[in-house]
Design a protein around this ligand. Sequence first.
Ligand code: CAA
Length: 389
Amino acid sequence: MAVTAAEAGFDLTLSDEQELAQRAARDFASEKVLPLAAEIDEQGKIPPALLAEMGALGFMGAYVPERYGGSGLDTVSYILIVEEINRACASTGVVLSSHLSLAIEPILEYGTVAQKEHFLPAMARGERIGCFALSEPASGSDAAAMRTSARRDGDSWVLNGTKNFITNGSLSDVAVVFAQTDPAKRHKGIAAFIVEKGTAGFSVGKLEKKLGIRGSDTAQLIFADCRVPAANLLGEVGDGFKIALSTLDGGRISIAAQAVGIARACLEDSLGYAKEREAFGKKIAEFQAIQWMLADMATEIDAARLLTWRAASLKDAGQDHILAAAEAKLFASDVAVKAARDCVQIFGGYGYLKDFPAERHYRDAKITEIYEGTSEIMKLVIAEEILKE
Ligand code: CAA
């Protein structure tokens, strides 16, 4: 179980490059994203120009090697960027992390050189957005129970089925899609495919209306005799389940960073309000009831961030990060939900109004306990890892 700081090469000092990435993302988030966050939530969509700017700044391909058109940063730098964007707007944050951690990652990790050269440069620049199509109407946590089928026919694979809850589903130009080639083999029959927008038989179904992260795009994807070239098979037939789960290990680190970003927004907004708002003749920040909530938030955010950085450092070091990623996501998502609840409480009646950001944080935080593996699945993964020893 590689979890010690030394084994992870885990250093709390950020390098110059990491600090630069953090500063660039923080400036961009506060100047360009934060002013739009309420509108993005209200309108249920993100201005395409904002995503284009994130691409131009190199965020959309943060850890893609430069030879494939990316910024060549490490995972820790990427995680710092993810926290900053989510501190401003969780909808914008999840577009970035689904694109990079879930769609680019499996192509980078399992793609052939030809696939990487073909797909990655435009994706890394944010010119083509990606999504990850695993969940289905009847299979979420039990991902191996998927029903979408893939049948080989000559030089193609023919896909049939429906994928649900797909972040970036309608925005995407490139989808990494998982399908079953032989139900009798259960997870060993699953294969992964790169499917491009415009492929005959591939269409976008229902767009979901959601409690939070309303600006992000959550869509159903439909495959009806969708013919995918055999050259778009990712890895080997039977590798699909492992590709999905190992991709999710990295994705979970970015959701932990998202949760830290949301929790930090709760703390910073609460601090600002508590120092201004007066009750009983003094600032509410002077009341211990408020101070304790702020102290808990600050402590828990620091702990969540450390778990997230540790998981990212392990990934950078090429070490097993299944356990560290699950712990980070489990803890950070819980911290975000609690911080959001306390943020609404500190704002009192105003916390319940759309005029203030607290209610948005409250709605946005909840999803971090659900997507890319629920908290219950995180506990299952953690228990399995610690019982292995
Ligand atoms: N990496 C690589 N391989 C892994 C793995 C990992 N993290 N975890 C397990 N495996 C391998 C196992 O070693 C095993 O391999 P062998 O057969 O060769 O021994 C194989 O996968 C099957 O393992 P299990 O029997 O443990 O699999 P399972 O069917 O019981 O499922 C699970 C395990 C942990 C519950 C898994 O299904 C899981 O993580 N479920 C949650 C799925 C999820 O996170 N969905 C989110 C969807 S994406 C999303 O939210 C999208 C979005 O748009 C934001």
